[in-house]
Design a binder for this molecule. Structure first.
Ligand SMILES: [Zn+2]
Length: 275
């Protein structure tokens, strides 16, 4: 554990910001850090400069900007995050951006921790039927994980079925929707909350799990269309938009449809993000 910034500050660290009263857990992390380093915190709150959702390496959510589940996913080491931007705000130096350092990150996380991060990200997501995703309806109330053999909550065994590794998959088991996420999922786009919601909540849980659009030659394209129609699509990253629109077009054609009937809305977005 190292606190590089301490080299630059001889006096105890003092924070007097006013922003994080709503986060008891993060507050505890800050207090614990201050205690260990004999730093003094003035005032009741600290200001966080990054926007996003913050997890520790156990997959527990520590803090989210404005109390909303949006944006970038960050990882904080519980015992040693790095602080101090000015006298009255906290900045998390060396914060791990879960997406940009994804390969390095998932190797440090257990499959259970990855499941917690994904489950928290899809919890209460607004589905296209205007209902919220109730995690109780997930198989054992969480997302199943298989990251290069690191498994949790009985993910679909694609190898046993002689399939190649998917991004994600859904099966219905005893009335519960089993959504499995694979390492591949992050291959083509970043793990932001909106990207995870589009993929796991809308395409998988809603499209495959509730609507049962499971036939490539009939209706799988509707899962991709549902992503585009969802409230989250606009906030997804460009790489996710590109992937989804490409696959929407491919599966639309696979179902025997022609370009003439491709809805204008999708066509315009396709030309914007894919062409
Ligand atoms: Zn699908």
């Amino acid at each position: 554990m190292s606190f590089n910034f301490l080299k630059n500050f001889k006096n105890p660290w003092e924070a007097t910001g006013e922003k994080v009263r709503n986060s008891g857990v993060l507050r505890n992390v800050v207090d614990e850090w201050a205690q260990k380093n004999q730093a003094k915190i003035l005032g009741q709150e600290v200001e966080v400069t990054e926007q996003g959702i913050f997890f520790n390496y156990l997959g527990e959510m520590l803090y989210t900007t404005n109390g909303s589940l949006k944006g970038q996913i960050y990882l904080i080491e519980n015992s040693g995050f790095h602080v101090l931007k000015s006298s009255n705000s906290l900045s998390f130096k060396n914060l791990k951006d879960f997406s940009k350092t994804f390969d390095e990150n998932w190797r440090q996380l257990t499959a259970e921790s990855i499941s917690k991060i994904f489950t928290t990200s899809v919890k209460d997501a607004l589905l296209n039927n205007n209902q919220k995703l109730n995690v109780e309806n997930l198989y054992n109330s969480c997302i199943s994980i298989d990251f290069n053999g690191k498994r949790y909550n009985e993910p679909w065994d694609y190898k046993a079925d002689n399939q190649t590794e998917p991004n994600a998959s859904t099966t219905v088991v005893d009335g519960k929707i089993k959504v499995s996420a694979f390492q591949n999922m992050i291959g083509e786009y970043e793990a932001t909350v909106e990207n995870i919601r589009c993929t796991l909540a809308i395409h998988e849980f809603y499209g495959h799990g509730i609507k049962l659009w499971n036939n490539d030659y009939e209706n799988h394209w509707k899962c991709y269309a549902a992503e585009v129609d969802s409230v989250y699509f606009q906030e997804t990253t460009d790489s996710l938009k590109k992937t989804v629109l490409k696959k929407l077009w491919e599966y639309y054609c696979m179902a025997g449809n022609t370009a003439n009937s491709f809805p204008t809305k999708y066509n315009l977005l396709y030309h914007k993000y894919v062409d």
